[in-house]
Write a protein that binds this ligand. Structure first.
Ligand SMILES: [Zn+2]
Length: 631
């Protein structure tokens, strides 16, 4: 396909650069050369082109040029210093790239990238370095395998995205309007799904499932969506109420890109696999299969924070740290060359947590903000993290003293890892006795993913890991529980301990299994730390229900709840009311309009009216199926 931008790039190339091919990788432009000297030293030509067209441009060797895989691998192993630890070397011959997975990526890269330069010079492959997670997880390895095994497909797929972005527009002329359709999570929490539309493009923001709801209330209004017209899916973060139905889009035939950060991709795949696993256990029909999750992984395009990229002919996306979970993002959309700037907050925390930095408030431009309002009402002022920590440690201490076990139902991602960090520190500092902390299946895998992306932690945690070699997640007190047999051992053969298990709202998963075994003993404690959706078992326990009916075989069996039930809200990954208000106050620049979603009706209405009063700007809390025009 003749695309204008490629012709422009060709015109900027000097004679003798021997470019054999120019293709797209998403919004990036990749040049392949047959000229060895030009490949090793292009004398600023590429920088000049980048400056000119303001797009990312990369130069690689024509696939015929590099050393054979065997020779290159031997050479790379010779060049990379031993201090880099174990290496996995994976070649992508289609793209003349080699991925070097190392235990210590910094060592593999070398001072100012000198090792990489050496590899390039000796082998003509372009090296990319990734971190081998300190905790091994079969699932992460599988995810990486899916990507490596589909190199060929990915090359074509990424080129197709570029052709759409830079190719002829569907509509001639400038983008003149833009609107958001609310397909879920409006005046409610759960099933987040919003369609950002212009006269040229359609972008879906999140596509989640509300696991606490019943039947069709679980799903967003997907029938309003024409999957074939979608240009992109943008995923703010890996929680099921935001990512849980993306594989369903692939089941229905979507084959376009899913933009997210690397940790979000990995955790989202895990959560979706876990979701279909739970359906299977409950003998319910799963919504989609693992093949659909694989398709999702195959079609993800990874972005780092603050990396600007075109995702449609008239839409540019930038992710910013949201402080909610590892890799969670506020999504900034620059629409139609300055026509409008729209920020979708996803879920965010405007506070420094034990793991993450607070949500970003500074943007190049901003006209409309669409924000969450989970804790948006005036009484949603939560205890501080410090108070919550003391409260948590107090409950753990008294439960241990009476010989009981502490069960903490957690969302696989976010709070679980924060709780691990808090408990590890408390034990190290002698604030609570040294007891084992059992980490059930999925929580362990998510923790393993955390060890693969330490760059996403806040400064303090990063310093500890990189400069003092203290990685809290590698502590010996954490024990992985994988099988039913191991779970039985925890319940029957172990004394006081802490158990972290999913799901956080106790809508299924091992947290419910543990609960059934622990509930009738008054020595034990249950600590709820995440948001409890209406109708969930967690919410019912919070409201004080003391008898719960469970289906066993064909009959209903009552369970008497005698264990202590506690709720700690301060560990939430969401901003509380004050933080929501402060976030808006500190936004720079100030938005002209604020749309509040992702909160129960009374809360989003309260927040919208308070923001209006405080800032004299237009605010609105739309209902599902409504549409709001931005321009
Ligand atoms: Zn979330």
């Amino acid at each position: 396909m003749a695309v204008k931008i490629i012709e422009e790039v060709k015109d900027m190339l000097p004679k003798g650069s021997e470019i054999s091919n120019i293709s797209f990788e998403g919004a990036n432009i990749v040049l392949y050369t047959n000229n060895k000297e030009f490949f090793l030293d292009n004398k600023g030509v590429i920088r000049g082109i980048v400056g000119n067209i303001k797009k990312r441009v990369e130069l690689r060797a024509d696939p015929a040029m590099p050393l054979t895989i065997e020779k290159a691998e031997a050479e790379i192993r010779k060049i990379v210093p031993e201090g880099a630890g174990e290496l996995n070397i994976i070649f992508d011959p289609q793209r003349s790239q080699v991925v070097i997975e190392a235990e210590k990526p910094g060592v593999a890269i070398g001072k100012a990238g000198e090792t990489l330069k050496e590899i390039k010079k000796k082998t003509f492959w372009v090296p990319l370095v990734k971190r081998i997670p300190s905790i091994r997880s079969k699932l992460i390895e599988n995810i990486r395998q899916v990507l490596y095994q589909n190199d060929d497909y990915r090359k074509k797929f990424l080129n197709k995205i570029g052709e759409r972005i830079y190719g002829p527009k569907r509509k001639q002329g400038k983008t003149s309007w833009s609107r958001v359709n609310f397909l879920g999570a409006s005046r409610q929490v759960g099933r987040s799904c919003f369609l950002l539309e212009t006269d040229e493009s359609k972008v879906l923001m999140d596509c989640g499932i509300n696991v606490a709801a019943k039947d069709e209330d679980q799903y967003p209004y997907l029938s309003e969506l024409n999957i074939e017209e979608l240009d992109a899916v943008v995923l703010s973060h890996a929680h099921l109420d935001h990512c849980g139905l993306i594989p369903l889009l692939f089941k229905y035939g979507y084959r376009g890109p899913v933009y997210c950060t690397a940790p979000t991709r990995d955790v989202a795949a895990l959560l979706c696999l876990d979701l279909i696993g739970i359906s299977q256990k409950e003998a319910k029909k799963a919504l989609y299969g693992s093949v659909d999750i694989k398709e999702m992984v195959k079609h993800t395009v990874i972005l780092n924070y603050e990396e600007v990229t075109d995702i449609a002919p008239d839409i540019r996306l930038t992710f910013y740290n949201a402080g909610h979970t590892l890799g969670s993002s506020l999504c900034h959309f620059h629409i139609g060359e300055g026509l409008h700037n729209f920020l979708y907050s996803g879920d965010f925390n405007y506070e420094t947590s034990n793991l993450l930095a607070p949500a970003n408030t500074k943007y190049p431009r901003l006209e409309t903000l669409m924000m969450e309002g989970t804790y948006g009402s005036k009484d949603d002022v939560l205890a501080t993290r410090h108070e919550s920590e003391d409260y948590l440690l107090g409950i753990i201490r008294s439960t241990i003293e009476r010989g009981g076990k502490v069960l903490m139902p957690v969302l696989g991602v976010g709070r679980s890892q924060e709780v691990l960090v808090i408990v590890e520190r408390a034990i190290r500092e002698g604030k609570i006795p040294n007891i084992p902390v059992f980490v059930q299946g999925m929580v362990w895998d998510v923790t393993a993913i955390h060890t693969a992306y330490p760059d996403f932690f806040n400064n303090k945690v990063r310093q500890a890991i990189f400069h003092r070699n203290e990685n809290p997640f590698l502590s010996k007190i954490f024990k992985h529980v994988g099988s039913q047999k191991e779970m039985k051992q925890v319940l029957e053969e172990t004394g006081p301990c802490i158990i972290l298990a999913t799901s956080g709202m106790m809508t299924g998963g091992s947290s419910v299994e543990y609960f059934k075994n622990l509930a009738e003993n008054n020595k034990n404690s249950l600590i709820l730390t995440s948001y409890q959706g209406e109708g969930s078992l967690g919410r019912r326990l919070q409201q004080g229900e003391k008898e719960i009916m469970f289906t066993e075989g064909s009959k209903q069996v009552p369970l008497k709840v005698k264990m202590d039930i506690y709720s700690i809200h301060g560990f939430t990954g969401h901003s509380d009311r004050n933080q929501l208000m402060n976030f808006v106050k500190h936004l720079n620049p100030k938005p002209r309009k604020v749309i509040v979603v992702h909160g129960e009706q009374s809360k989003v209405l309260d927040l919208a009216s308070s923001i209006h009063k405080a800032h004299r700007i237009e605010t609105i809390a739309p209902k599902n199926l409504e549409t709001i025009r931005l321009v």
